[in-house]
Design a protein. Structure first.
Length: 263
């Protein structure tokens, strides 16, 4: 009985530790700026382009809330971008990421190679050479159904990333093999349009990306990222009820307590 009780107590301690290291941060149109996120819009040749928080009834399942990234059409030397970004992971190594998932849906795009909204990481190899990379959901796990939400593993065996430095597509393991010291870096010489390290977005950063991001639009429900030290964040992009707006601001507490590991 004593052995069972000891084991039970140990499990409870582990469970509490896991909860303590996890943080769900609710991000919406009223608090993203106070949480350290920035909205960036770079229009393409078509007029307009926007980032908005809303629910859409034409998604599967219906009325799924999220952040909608809707850049206009990109063309060579006239690239569009729309998304939210943060520098909260500045200085962290990519090799320390142990969990990375996204739930996203693509609504429309030009051609057959376009991708739904995803994430773009602004990184460097040694503080001087930039290695910005973008996750490609469809290229990694097969083409999905338009208007439908899918959950993707960004660091799985099949996860493919477009690497801005040489316009090559690599798996996550190939990225880490090529650049084992790759680090989130807000001071790269050729920054992304947002200038920040962690981007939830749609659009293009260079001409070679047009086939992936030209006129592609969609929504992101949430993104999760975890690190080797046990810290874990779920960014939930939501459309709050009027009475819950103040409560959702509590995610700021988690951000203020985040101890950044510098390189």
């Amino acid at each position: 009985m004593k052995t069972r009780l000891t084991a039970f107590v140990a499990l409870c301690v582990l469970a509490l530790a896991a909860v303590a290291s996890a943080e769900t941060i609710y991000i919406h149109e009223y608090n993203y700026a106070s949480l350290g996120w920035t909205k960036t819009i770079r229009v393409g040749p078509e007029p307009g382009g926007y980032v908005s928080f809303r629910s859409r009834g034409d998604t599967i399942p219906p009325y799924t809330p999220g952040v909608e990234c809707a850049p206009k059409k990109s063309q060579a030397n006239n690239l569009a971008w729309a998304g939210l970004s943060t520098n909260m992971f500045d200085g962290l190594y990519l090799r320390d990421i142990t969990h990375f998932r996204i739930r996203t849906a693509g609504f429309e795009g030009d051609g057959t190679a376009w991708e739904p909204p995803s994430v773009y990481l602004q990184i460097s190899k040694d503080g001087l050479n930039q290695r910005n990379i973008r996750f490609l959901p469809y290229a990694s796990y097969g083409r999905g159904t338009r208007w439908a939400f899918y959950e993707y593993d960004l660091i799985g065996e099949n996860a493919k990333w477009f690497c801005m430095i040489d316009a090559q597509v690599r798996t996550w393991s190939q990225v880490l093999s090529a650049w084992p010291n790759a680090v989130f870096d807000s001071t790269v010489t050729i920054p992304l349009p947002s200038g920040q390290v962690f981007n939830v977005f749609d659009g293009c950063a260079i001409n070679e990306e047009v086939k992936y991001g030209s006129s592609a639009r969609g929504m992101v429900d949430w993104v999760e990222i975890g690190f080797a030290d046990g810290t874990f964040y779920r960014f939930d992009f939501c459309v709050p009820e009027p009475g819950s707006i103040l409560a959702l601001g509590t995610g700021l507490i988690g951000l203020l307590g985040f101890a950044r590991r510098r390189r």
